[in-house]
Design a protein around this ligand. Structure first.
Ligand code: GDP
Ligand code: IMO
Ligand code: MG
Length: 472
């Protein structure tokens, strides 16, 4: 990617590939300039921290991977801070598709260091496969994994199946990657961390407790089955530890020093606000805090000055898994939206449920995450719809609700109240278009959302590739 600076370093022309140009306002996303004096690097001014966070503003799969990749080329570090390989983030560059589950979406650039923070839960087998898959395609991940990150064990995956069965209608429809059981073991305080895989005696001591706990619970109480023996797990995971040793590091210290040096850091969230274990539609959630505030705990450094917190939101809504979904649509209209948007899960391949944009949900995303910006994604999928209903509130047994309730029965009874806006026809924004070149009805759609949720939409995505992005 060739970058030309002009206009006192305020704007950059990025040649994202040979064919397309995008004009990006870059002033708030640059490293502080340094000068060399007496052989020592002296900052010309105190380092300006460039901290940028991207989180999901709906039910996940909003396009966080694409937006992260779009910005990652100019950052020093790209950091995942929660979730695990329940995530599936798609990045398409020059018609090549990469599906990332654990490694941050900045990995396709040579410069940024990809970091998996302590708040992430790591399946080492999946991580090794992801590294090998990237290497096979010519990408050598510049990766570090927190020594404190908890490890997903085979019995967590068996337990995930057993608890989902047990929870019945209260289950979230998990991705069966062992997410709830591994976070539960962390909280029980018999979890296994990446560092333990490097210490055979400690690993054995912890594994015996954790294995037995899960085996008893799964087999005696839940009617499940733990498939692997403790001996095979012990041998396999020590081997994974050997293979991953070169990546395992004290992330907190590394990011603390990066912070002091004024390096730019991009945090990439996984899942979305409605899956947040506290603020989502509990218990139909994942088991981590997806909200931006979790980044400090999830990487071990507190950042007090954050430049941007961007909420990725689809221009409509999708949901993989089980929960009330007030603005869900069904039938032919749903099928047409699902097929047009190719709404099939990146991780499990499950068809995604689809619905109209829900501003009650987005309002909460703005509030809880402290969003400074919204990236509105997949606007192209709405091309050709004559009318676009937007859910502005819920009617719960005759009461109008404009903020996400805590009550599960409120969700079960919530009926969407729509405002219907006019749609737009096919349009083309490639070759460096800006907001002014978007169709009038898209601008109306954008303005309507901004006013309803009190947050500017400054990034618009109109296709899955890097260059199909418009910045305000
Ligand atoms: P994530 O989990 O939030 O990173 O999102 P996923 O990768 O699971 O799902 C988003 C899907 O939408 C992927 O297949 C992307 O390639 C695709 N996508 C992203 N942005 C756009 C867009 O603006 N338009 C279209 N049509 N597809 C997009
Ligand atoms: P990304 O990062 C969409 C959903 C599952 C299920 C619930 C709990 O790609 O946006 P879990 O396996 O975490 O115990 O499942 O959360 N879910 C996701 N849905 N995108 C994701 O990640 C998801 N990660 C988990 O479908 O309803
Ligand atoms: Mg996804």
């Amino acid at each position: 990617m060739l970058i030309i600076y002009f206009d006192t370093l305020t704007y950059s022309l990025c040649y994202c590939n040979l064919t397309y140009l995008i004009l990006i306002k870059f002033s708030d996303f640059q490293s502080a300039p340094n000068s060399k004096a007496h052989g020592k690097s002296i900052p010309m001014k105190p380092p300006t921290q460039n901290i940028f966070v991207i989180v999901g503003a709906q039910w996940g799969d909003e396009g966080k991977g694409k937006i992260t990749d779009f910005f990652a080329g100019k950052t020093d570090y790209v950091v995942r801070f929660q979730g695990g390989n329940n995530a599936g983030h798609t990045v398409i560059v020059n018609d090549e598709t990469f599906k990332l589950h654990l490694i941050p979406s900045g990995v396709l650039y040579p410069n940024p260091v990809s970091i998996i923070g302590n708040g992430v839960v790591v399946d080492p087998k999946v991580l090794l496969a992801e590294i090998a898959g990237l290497q096979k395609r010519g990408v050598n991940p510049n990766l570090l994994v927190s020594d404190r990150a908890h490890v997903i064990m085979p019995y967590h995956i068996d337990m995930d199946i057993a608890i989902t069965e047990h929870q019945g209608a209260l289950a979230a429809g998990s991705t069966k990657r062992g997410i709830a059981p591994v976070y539960a073991d962390k909280m029980y305080r018999h979890g296994i961390r990446m560092i333990d895989l490097l210490e055979p005696e400690i690993f054995r001591e912890k594994l015996e407790k954790s294995y037995l706990f899960n085996k008893n619970l799964a087999e005696k109480s839940l009617g499940g089955k733990i498939s692997s023996s403790i001996e095979s797990i012990y041998a396999d995971y020590l081997e994974y530890g050997k293979q991953l040793k070169k990546y395992i590091a004290d992330i907190s210290t590394i990011l603390y020093n990066a912070k002091k040096a004024g390096k730019s850091i991009l945090f990439e969230g996984a899942q979305g606000i409605s899956l947040d274990v506290d603020h989502g539609i509990y218990p139909h959630t994942t088991s981590s805090n997806t909200a931006a505030g979790n980044m400090a705990a999830g990487c071990g450094v507190s950042f007090t000055k954050i430049d941007k917190i961007v909420g990725a939101a689809k221009a409509y809504v999708t949901r993989v898994g089980i929960s009330p979904f007030p603005s869900e649509i069904e039938g032919e209209e749903a099928k047409s939206l699902r097929d047009k948007g190719n709404e099939y899960g990146t991780t499990t391949g499950r068809p995604r449920r689809v619905g109209w944009l829900d501003l009650v949900q987005l309002r909460q995303a703005v509030r809880v995450n402290g969003l400074t910006d919204i990236a509105l994604i997949k606007l192209d999928v709405l091309n050709g719809f004559k009318k676009l209903p937007v859910c502005i509130a819920y009617d719960v047994n005759g009461k109008i609700i404009t903020e996400m309730p805590a009550s599960l029965s409120d969700y079960r009874n919530a009926k969407p109240i729509y405002r219907t806006l006019s749609g737009w026809d096919e349009f083309n924004v490639e070759n460096g278009s800006d907001f002014s070149s978007l169709p009038k009805n898209i601008l109306n759609y954008i303005n309507f959302i901004e006013n309803e949720v009190d947050c500017p939409i400054t990034i618009v995505s109109v296709g899955p590739q890097r260059h199909q992005t418009v910045i305000k």
